[in-house]
Design a protein around this ligand. Structure first.
Ligand code: NBP
Length: 502
């Protein structure tokens, strides 16, 4: 029998994210019913958390779970992305969900799946998608939440999402101590906002992850350059990252990198942990989705793709070890670890990072045309200021840029970012040259610089590509001195053949 005291919200999936999000929700006074496929996990969770500010109700069956929640039900699903989501929704329908009930898929689902699911379940329930970023601590004490779906459903979800999201200072935009201090935050501006219909939230979360891949790759390349070129130890590099964290580079990823690099191997205190971890990075797919989507839409997001390929290359460990014995590069050359070269690497990192974000926002700009969304880029940057993995001081600058000009064509054209790249450009080029001449791999630094140079080039060698295509495949070309849309062809190979209008 349902009473007014029934929980207003339910959550399915009590792994890392679900457990922590459920506790976060309860901390903010929302009674919550929880369910996990393996019931022992539910029992353990309830037993471990007997005194939450609002009651947790553990359910063993989905029927019990559905009956326990007040209508219209808001049910958050945090299970492994993919078929498990469809399976859960089908089971929820069988357990008696109403058409007014809202199912929020808060996992890392592919945005096209969210679009499909919203259509498939229309009339049976309201399917809503929301990206969640911040990992375990974020879920527990304040994640960045990227909701997308039916606006009426958002009205029901909004109070919960705004309560549990990370918060930033209204004046400075800086994260309020929460996730990092291990306690819930009240007050401040919540890092969540309605982003648009159907798959908009999951799309924005995917791009967030794509940017996260480059951010991590760029930081790792800076580390390798400091290590290989300057011969610095991990703890010395940790200090440099701590210093950098006080500059424009201030971010969660720089902060944790400084921590990681001073960690000793728990088995042998004479070694650094980073030196005993196998240099082969894993991936779960969101970087690949972002890159595939950039290719599908024809948007150059080369640094994001480069970061994914860098992980693929890292995974070829045994091949690389064998190749290292046969493929020789320049002789190792150590430079003096003075301030100028360290500052040059910092500038290269910052300029490359700006290009990576420019690419991510270009992707979202194109996607909104394709999917008929109206994404507010200033708002997107603002909800990434706290709670998520890419949270960083400079996101405020991105918000400022889009607030000043909502139609900004590319982040690189904003006056602030233009100035930053102008200031750092010489150092950026110096570092990329050094990487090339000394043979230190820095693919993301290089690709970001190539993006910048290509984007700022009024003329590219694509004219030659068009001529080649016309030569072997009669693919035609346009002329610089003819109206756009007129196509021409030469009957190659004779150099003096006349041109014909195609
Ligand atoms: P996982 O992605 O590892 O999934 C484990 C959960 O899914 C368990 O509760 C498991 O139940 C349940 N599950 C599976 Br697997 N198949 C199921 C099925 N067919 N029916 C019902 N339940 C099923 O958990 P997670 O790491 O907490 O992540 C949850 C979601 O959040 C994922 O989409 C993930 O990509 C996303 N995400 C994760 C993070 C992170 O840092 N981990 C960050 C941001 C987003 P069981 O206990 O019975 O096996």
């Amino acid at each position: 029998m349902m009473t007014s005291a029934n929980p207003c919200v339910g959550l399915i999936g009590l792994a890392v994210m679900g457990k922590n999000l459920a506790l976060n929700i309860a901390d903010h006074g929302f009674e919550i019913a929880v369910f996990n496929r393996t019931t022992a996990v539910t029992d353990e969770f309830i037993a471990e958390n007997p005194h939450t500010p609002a009651k947790l109700t553990g359910c063993h069956t989905l029927k019990e779970f559905v009956d326990a929640i007040a209508k219209p039900r808001v049910i958050i699903v945090l299970v492994k992305a993919g078929p498990a989501v469809d399976s859960i929704v089908e089971q929820l329908l069988a357990a008696g969900l109403d058409p007014q009930d809202i199912v929020v898929d808060a996992g890392n689902s592919l945005w096209t799946d969210t679009i499909r699911r919203e259509k498939d379940y229309s009339g049976k329930l309201k399917f809503f998608g929301s990206g969640v970023s911040g990992g375990e601590l974020g879920a527990r004490f304040g994640p960045s939440l990227m909701p997308g779906g039916d606006p009426d459903s958002w009205k029901h979800l909004e109070p919960i999402w705004k309560a549990i999201a990370a918060k930033v200072d209204a004046r400075t935009g800086e994260p309020l101590a929460g996730a990092s201090a291990g306690k819930p935050v009240t007050g401040g501006v919540p890092c969540t906002a309605y982003l648009g219909p159907n798959g908009a939230g999951h799309y924005v979360k995917m791009v967030h992850n794509g940017i996260e891949y480059v951010d991590m790759q760029l930081i790792s390349e800076a580390y390798l350059l400091l290590r290989s070129l300057l011969g610095l130890r991990p703890d010395e590099i940790s200090q440099i990252f701590s210093q950098w964290n006080k500059t424009e580079l201030n971010s969660y990823l720089i902060e944790i990198t400084a921590d990681v690099l001073q960690q000793k191997d728990p088995r042998n205190k004479k070694k650094f942990l980073v030196d005993v971890i196998v240099d082969s990075a894993g991936q779960k797919g969101t970087g690949k989705w972002t890159s595939t989507n950039s290719l599908d839409m024809g948007v150059p997001a080369n640094s994001i793709a480069e970061a994914v390929f860098a992980r693929c290359m890292s995974a070829l460990k045994s091949e690389r070890v064998a190749a290292s014995k046969k493929l020789k590069g320049p002789l190792a050359r150590k430079l003096r670890a003075g301030k100028p070269i360290i500052e040059a690497i910092r500038q290269a990192l910052y300029c490359s990072k700006i290009c990576a974000y420019a690419q991510g926002f270009q992707l979202m700009r194109e996607a909104q045309n394709q999917y008929h969304w109206k994404l507010d880029f200033g708002t997107i940057a603002s909800i990434w200021r706290g709670g998520c993995i890419i949270r960083a001081k400079f996101l405020q600058k991105i918000t400022d840029a889009y607030q000043a000009d909502p139609k900004l064509v590319n982040l690189l054209l904003d006056p602030y970012f233009r100035k930053q790249v102008r200031t750092g450009q010489e150092d950026w080029r110096k570092v990329v040259s050094l990487a090339a001449t000394t043979g230190v791999p820095a693919p993301a630094f290089m690709s970001a610089l190539a993006y910048f140079d290509s984007y700022r080039s009024a003329v590219l060698p694509a004219s030659l590509i068009q001529a080649q295509r016309d030569y072997f495949g009669a693919h035609t070309y346009q002329r610089v001195d003819a109206p756009d849309g007129q196509f021409f062809h030469v009957d190659w190979p004779a150099a003096d053949r006349p041109e014909v209008k195609a």
